[in-house]
Design a protein around this ligand. Structure first.
Ligand code: NAD
Length: 487
């Protein structure tokens, strides 16, 4: 064990940056702590403007060769990265759970296989990416997706490797080079990804991983004039800051931000399904951007819905996320717990009633909470809590349901439960949301556009939308004549 390797759940993790194919240490470090029990997981290199500049220089130097690498070879390497992820699913799942407190069983069975799939999907999509040539008065139009250059990818802590690879895979597939900066509360699996990518044969400098705080290393990255794309997932205030920094260089941005998504339950719905979907919103202790945290129920069924909801939610098992039987783990950090409790305290002071929950438990755990008697314009209905806290409101008719659903500054997703197909179509057409789920939740396909409306984001990623963002899309118009005959 060297001074720069920490062992987490039996897995050796390098705590340094990965820049230009080499491990680079910073003078300063920050302490990475497990939300499960507060134990120290490692002293992580704390990047500054120096490492930001070095990583952009490395990405810039590696760009021409990677951009000129054939699509087939890029796809082959992405598949080799996916193979490496699959071989290390156990390691990745165990490390991620200790680092961010999300359920081990879901990391093992859902998240990490999906991480591998991110690479496979974008490798395969790259190989079939084309726009049919078309004719303009005898001239041929040909569309191509040219690599753009170094991309800065900045990610949050709630689904660290999943969200990172959702960006890394298409950026690399597109022929770009990457600087990934993971969140400071969950830095470890990004370091393992650097190892896996190197073993898979990704050339030095094509993927760089820089660790540290947003203001210290994130800010110089997003302000750098040699960066050609910034893709950010995180909170609205950080996004506003990044957008201002990017404006100086007019760097194109993709922003995946917060939400306050509604779950609409109509009287004609299968109520058991509605309750299952509502209780599912406590997954990952509510630390899910897409979570439908505002439950809107038609008045005539609201008592029965609430009764069944309480019955089901009271059976949720809260505890160590490594235990197979646990449904809800801890929140990520004391600051997050405090923030969640602050929202709930203010709502209760404001007249809200806790149907269940309403307070923290030992450690970083927060009781699954359902608040009712909440006003539409109150903070608890309007602002993202990012914890296991749901509100319940009722509506009299479809118009009121839609009005309430759309009445926040967000527009990430919406879920609607109804037994009436025509109602589903009518309501869906009126909802402001990047994704609408009808009688289901969290079904996601990488070929679908993903993103948010209003303050939930800017742009869409997924399938060809990802390549549109990560590439300089070019149209070449060729005249039918003008050729020299070289006979
Ligand atoms: P955050 O905005 O605090 O941090 C996100 C990342 O930005 C971190 O890596 C952080 O270090 C970095 N950062 C902070 N300041 C920066 C700066 N000045 N310049 C550059 N980078 C900076 O968000 P968070 O608390 O980590 O994540 C929670 C938020 O993420 C929630 O709002 C949630 O809804 C959102 N989220 C959105 C999606 C989506 O796809 N829409 C997915 C997951 C999470």
């Amino acid at each position: 064990m060297t001074e720069h390797i920490t062992t987490v759940a039996g897995v050796a993790v390098d705590t340094r940056h990965w820049i230009g194919g080499e491990r680079v240490a910073s003078v300063e470090t920050f302490t990475d702590v497990s939300p499960i029990d507060g134990s120290t997981l490692g002293e992580i290199s704390r990047g500054t403007a120096t490492e930001a500049a070095a990583s952009v220089a490395a990405a810039r130097a590696a760009f021409p060769t990677w951009a000129a690498t054939s699509r087939a070879e890029r796809a082959r390497i992405l598949h080799a990265i996916a193979d490496g992820v699959e071989k290390r699913i156990e390691d990745l799942a165990n490390v991620e759970t200790l680092d961010n407190g999300a359920l081990l069983r879901s990391h093992r069975r859902g998240v990490m296989p999906r991480v591998a799939h991110n690479f496979r999907f974008f490798a395969d999509w790259l190989l079939k990416l084309e726009h049919e040539d078309f004719d303009t008065r005898g001239h041929t139009n040909h569309v191509s997706w040219d690599p753009a250059g170094p991309c800065v990818l900045i990610t949050p802590w709630n689904a660290p490797l999943m969200l990172a690879t959702w960006k890394v895979a298409p950026a690399l597939a597109a022929g770009n080079t990457v600087i990934l900066k993971p969140a400071e509360w969950s830095p470890l699996t990004a370091s393992l990804l650097a190892d896996i990518a190197a073993e898979a044969g990704l050339p030095a400098g094509v993927l760089n991983v820089v660790q540290g705080y947003g203001d210290e290393v994130g800010n110089p990255l997003v302000s750098h004039p040699d960066v050609r794309r910034i893709s950010f997932t995180g909170s609205v205030p950080t996004a506003q800051h990044i957008a201002r920094a990017a404006a100086a260089n007019l760097t194109p941005l993709s922003l995946e931000l917060g939400g306050k998504s509604p779950l609409l339950v109509f009287a004609d719905a299968d109520l058991d399904l509605a309750v299952d979907l509502a209780v599912e919103q406590y997954d990952n202790a509510g630390q899910v951007c897409l979570a439908a945290t505002r439950i809107l129920v038609e008045e005539t069924v609201s008592d029965e819905f609430t009764r069944r909801f309480v019955e089901k939610a009271s059976r949720l098992r809260q505890g160590d996320p490594r235990d197979e039987g646990t449904d809800l783990g801890p929140t990520i950090h004391p600051r997050q717990l405090e923030k969640i409790d602050g929202f709930v305290r203010r709502a209760l002071d404001d007249g809200a009633r806790a149907v269940i929950g309403g307070k923290p438990k030992d450690g970083l755990y927060y009781e699954p909470t359902l608040l009712t008697d909440v006003a539409q314009d109150s903070e608890i209905v309007q602002e993202e809590v990012f914890g296991p806290v749901l509100t319940l409101q009722t509506f009299g008719d479809e118009d009121e349901a839609v009005r309430r659903a759309n009445d926040t500054r967000f527009g990430l997703a919406a879920t609607l439960v109804t037994g009436d197909h025509e109602r589903a179509e009518r309501v869906t057409a009126r909802l402001v949301a990047g994704t609408v789920w009808v009688n289901c939740f969290f079904v996601r396909d990488l070929q679908a556009p993903f993103g948010g409306s209003r303050h939930s984001g800017v742009g869409r990623e997924g399938g060809t939308w990802s390549f549109d963002f990560y590439c300089d899309v070019k149209n070449t118009v060729t005249a039918p004549n003008g050729w020299q005959d070289h006979g």
